[in-house]
Design a protein around this ligand. Structure first.
Ligand code: G6P
Length: 541
């Protein structure tokens, strides 16, 4: 694959956007809405039951045309095809990027190095389904003959965030007589608190790690093994209480898990794109194979939408382009993701890895230093909690924070008027952010002059509103894939490798060196700060 492209800032659409931005920056959303009474429905798209209202963005028709031209000039269409067809677009690791194959239908053909990967994907899904059914029905017994009541997923990064997010998101659909826990942090507290009330005879550990070498996960897995064997006595118990999810059969056997109890995946699945591979085993046990497959069909529907829909109606492309607009032209540093659904409470955390590990890059595919900003910081909390915490800064602070509001037309828990109150807040927040409140309006309310400036809302603060029908496994699949492809769109435009994560390495290597120093008496050869910190810790130990 060629890595030489016209530098981003030399593209004609980029240059045009630069000067266009000067025209748009002083314009207020109040004026833009006043100029076109249809704006609120014109700048909106609906696809796959997802309604994206992007009218409350600081854009005009011209902005949109220029952004769409930027996507064309960046070769988005070709790069998309390269990804979907299994080209090795992760150039620094020489790997294909095929999370889309994980949700492809059985009869699809997707070749990697001349081999169709789809049959293997479905074989693993079938094995997962059979296993999940046995755990759910109680047919799978622990070592002492008791049925499994607790499922503990041990993993970190992509081997944790997807499973936790999906479990929380789809809790409504989960089998309620099974408990699910997630252990990720190497801090012993995480394991201790997750297991303190569990009976080992009824507990199944899923050790999830793509590489099966990750320090945190291996440490937690060893601790789990000891915890289980201390209570169950017999090393043969491992076979009934531990299964592995990994690409590395060798390390799985070394750990003592029979590869018959291993569910595999492939190096063309990135960790942060792996929740619908075998890494989703805990999700499948929770919601059942049929619901899991419904989730995969949601992912697939969004894949097809992304691949086949013209850019101007393409949800991930539009969202990706809007993110570029604020990040690169307005110098916005962050994006707030605000789901108005308690079940999506871990969605912002999940998105942090997806977006920031993917697009937190400072060189282009050819290794040149970029001279523009790449991935913004993603953050957020579910509404309405965030409103009583950090929204103050979004409304009246000095920074521009584009927001994604996510709401559902129907609730899964219709208690009195809760859902109306929740949704009223979504609509009120986006309205307040966009239109604010002028000094005249504040004065007209009888506010004393000295207080007026404090109570003025400038407005002109942009947001997207995503309105979905109902939170189902299928909808979740669509929503996650929407963000995956938005991240891809942005990475293509920035000309970066969105699929490696070298930035995680240095800290890991240094930690390994320091672990030895904490255990032994070796001489400390760090800088004066690191030396002093380590010495202080060693003294107190
Ligand atoms: O699944 P594992 O191999 O254990 O990796 C877990 C995580 O750790 C790494 O450091 C990467 O930064 C993540 O992308 C990955 O998801």
């Amino acid at each position: 694959m060629s890595t030489t492209a016209t530098p981003l800032t030399q593209l004609s659409a980029w240059k045009a956007l630069k000067s266009h931005h000067e025209k748009i920056a002083p314009r207020h959303l109040r004026e833009l809405f006043a100029e076109d009474p249809q704006r609120g429905t014109k700048l909106a798209v609906e696809a796959l039951g997802i309604y994206l209202d992007y009218s409350k963005n600081r854009i005009t028709e011209e902005t949109l045309q220029l952004l769409l031209k930027l996507a064309e000039e960046s070769g988005l269409r070709e790069r998309m095809e390269a990804m979907f067809s299994g080209e090795k677009i992760n150039i620094t690791e020489k790997r294909a990027v095929l999370h889309t194959a994980l949700r492809a239908p059985k009869d699809a053909v997707i070749n990697v190095d001349g081999k169709n990967v789809v049959p293997e994907v479905h074989q693993v899904l079938d094995r997962m389904s059979a296993f999940a059914d046995r755990v759910r029905s109680g047919a799978w017994k622990g070592h002492t003959g008791k049925r499994i009541r607790n499922v503990v997923n041990i993993g970190i990064g992509g081997s944790d965030l997807g499973p936790v997010m999906a479990y929380e998101a789809l809790r409504h659909y989960s089998q309620r007589d099974l408990n699910f826990r997630f252990v990720s942090n190497v801090d012993g507290t995480d394991f201790a608190e997750a297991t303190h009330d569990l009976d080992a005879e009824e507990t199944l550990f899923i050790v999830s790690s793509k590489t099966f070498t990750t320090l945190e996960t291996m440490t937690n897995a060893q601790t789990a093994r000891k915890w289980a064997l201390d209570k169950l006595g017999d090393p043969a118990a491992v076979a009934k209480h531990f299964v592995a999810v990994s690409t590395n059969a060798g390390e799985v056997s070394k750990f003592g898990i029979d590869t018959a109890n291993m569910f595999g995946f492939w190096d063309w699945v990135g960790g942060r794109y792996s929740m619908d591979s075998a890494i989703g085993l805990s999700t499948m046990i929770a919601i059942g194979p049929d619901n899991f497959r419904a989730m995969l069909s949601g992912f697939h529907a969004m894949d097809e939408h992304f691949r086949t829909t013209p850019f101007e109606k393409n949800l991930p492309v539009l969202m990706g382009l809007l993110s570029i607009w604020y990040n690169d032209f307005f110098d916005a540093q962050t994006v707030a993701v605000l789901p108005y659904d308690q079940y999506l409470k871990r969605f912002p955390a999940y998105l942090q890895q997806l977006t920031m590990e993917s697009n937190g890059k400072h060189v282009t595919l050819s290794g040149a230093q970029v001279d523009y900003q790449t991935g913004p910081i993603y953050w957020g909390e579910p509404g309405t909690n965030g409103q009583h915490s950090f929204y103050q800064l979004i409304h009246q602070g000095t920074r521009l924070i584009p927001c994604d509001f996510i709401g559902f037309e129907k609730t899964l828990n219709p208690l009195s008027n809760h859902h109306d109150l929740l949704m009223a807040n979504v609509f009120a927040q986006t309205e307040a952010l966009a239109f604010g409140k002028t000094a005249e309006q504040v004065k007209a309310e009888g506010t004393p002059d000295w207080l007026v400036p404090h109570r003025v809302f400038e407005g002109n603060r942009p947001s997207n509103t995503l309105l979905l029908q109902e939170l189902t496994p299928e909808t979740l699949g669509k929503l996650v894939a929407l963000y995956e492809h938005s991240v891809f769109t942005q990475g293509v435009i920035w000309q970066i490798d969105s699929f490696d994560q070298w930035g995680v390495e240095l800290g890991k290597v240094l930690a390994v060196r320091i672990i030895k120093e904490l255990e032994g008496n070796s001489e400390l050869k760090h800088d004066s700060s690191t030396n002093a910190l380590i010495q202080r810790y060693l003294k107190a130990k």
